[in-house]
Design a protein around this ligand. Structure first.
Ligand code: FE2
Ligand code: FE2
Ligand code: FE2
Ligand code: FE2
Length: 433
């Protein structure tokens, strides 16, 4: 489908009543887990598109152009309200948090497998393992604070166990920066993939920053602070892959195209009729936004928008279980670290003066909240909360052993010997409890 030739909803008809803007939320108990991940992701996509237009208008002295931008921006804002507020009031912050990390794991795995640029793919796989470990750390608290079985949210589509430990995701921010793609040589699929992931990670950061304080438990609050900081690193890493030489019009075009592609993909995959109708309506709105961005691109840059977005739709967010792919990445990359030369190293190759040591020694000096999470669960049930194939669970000690840094471990690190003991205790069976 060449979306530039499709008909959307005219912009003047995109202003809706409050009843249309605020829909009835989905049901926490019977929503499909991937309907939830679509809702979480599309909210992030809208926030990015809205924030981008604010930055654009602040840089732009052309009042005619600003009038166009502010009118579309208002619609993005209304769309964001519609999408975000589909989340029901009885879905707790921790429930939603498990949903956010499920988005990060299964979306990143999908993107990595469909990414033609090997360097970008490697960055996706690297970040994937970190979000996978976040899910594990949060699951400890979801059980301890709210007695939640992680599969009430994940529906057994995503495993819960350790990967590269969260205490090691803290870096000197400068070594997160990657090499940007070349805007003139890179395919639209790579550009859309990256922008989709940047939007998801940025929104994850914002959600933790704005909700972590809502729990009175000091250890959980500190875990939110710890992981919020890592999501900031993830945004730093993924956004640095974008060519900074793209013009504002080029970026605008890519933002609208990314919205079109994500809504189309969600519409196509959606199993809930009510949500499917919403994604379809939003898709038709975005077609019009894209058309306007394309006209502006032609007018101001005298270039053909197809040079940037091509003629085909892209599917950047198909959700399905990625357990096998993720297990494979865990086994191959658990001991990988970022390196100052824009590439990666294994833990045993790190030099004494590796810049991230300093950061880790500082933030984890009094112990890492992500290690405390497992210690507290162990106190409560004798082992951690983990849901995965027995084969993978039995490898916890070995994987941890490989991923520990020789020079630095937080003082409260749960050691491989402890995980060795977990093998003898069956994982908590929520149904039989
Ligand atoms: Fe939008
Ligand atoms: Fe995460
Ligand atoms: Fe992340
Ligand atoms: Fe838009």
């Amino acid at each position: 489908m060449n979306v530039l030739k499709e008909k959307g909803i005219p912009l003047e008809k995109q202003i809706r009543t409050w009843n249309d803007i605020v829909k009835r939320p989905y049901n926490r108990f019977d929503v499909d887990n991937y309907s939830r991940t679509r809702q979480i992701l599309l909210n992030g996509i809208e926030v990015e598109s809205w924030g981008f237009k604010h930055a654009f208008v602040r840089k732009c002295s052309d009042s005619d152009l600003n009038k166009v931008l502010v009118n579309i921006r208002r619609i993005e804002d209304m769309q964001q309200t519609t999408v975000n507020w589909l989340c029901p009031v009885n879905q707790t912050v921790l429930d939603t948090t498990l949903g956010y990390e499920q988005v990060a794991v299964d979306l990143t795995a999908w993107l990595a497998q469909n990414e033609p640029d090997e360097y970008v793919k490697e960055a996706f796989n690297f970040g994937l393992l970190e979000d996978f470990d976040h899910l594990y750390r949060y699951a400890q608290f979801a059980y301890m604070i709210e007695e939640t079985d992680p599969n009430e949210i994940l529906h057994e589509m995503t495993d819960v166990t350790l990967a590269r430990p969260t205490q090691y995701h803290h870096n000197d921010n400068a070594i997160r920066i990657r090499i940007p793609y070349d805007k003139d040589k890179t395919s639209p699929i790579t550009k859309v993939n990256i922008l989709t992931l940047v939007s998801a990670e940025q929104q994850t950061h914002n959600f933790y920053a704005e909700h972590g304080f809502m729990y009175g438990n000091r250890d959980l609050k500190r875990l939110y602070a710890e992981i919020c900081d890592i999501e900031e690193e993830h945004v730093t890493m993924y956004e640095s892959l974008i060519d900074p030489n793209e013009s504002w019009f080029e970026k605008w075009l890519l933002h609208e195209f990314t919205e079109v592609c994500n809504y189309y993909n969600c519409y196509k995959d959606e199993v809930c009729d009510k949500l499917k109708m919403i994604w379809e309506e939003m898709f038709q709105m975005e077609i019009e936004h894209l058309k306007i961005a394309a006209e502006m691109f032609e007018k101001y840059e005298q270039r053909d928008p197809e040079e940037i977005i091509g003629t085909e739709l892209i599917l950047p967010c198909h959700f399905e279980s990625q357990k096998e792919y993720v297990t494979n990445i865990i086994e191959n990359e658990v001991d990988k670290r970022l390196c100052g030369d824009l590439h990666y190293k294994k833990v045993n190759e790190l030099s004494e003066d590796w810049p991230s040591y300093k950061v880790q020694e500082c933030v984890n000096k009094d112990g890492a909240p992500s290690e405390k999470a497992v210690r507290l669960a162990k106190k409560s049930i004798g082992r951690d909360i983990a849901c995965a194939d027995k084969k993978l669970l039995d490898k916890q000690a070995e994987l941890l052993e490989r991923s520990l840094e020789p020079k630095y471990q937080a003082p409260n690190t749960v050691k491989p010997e402890k995980y060795e003991k977990f093998k003898k205790i069956p994982p908590l069976e929520f149904l039989n409890e």
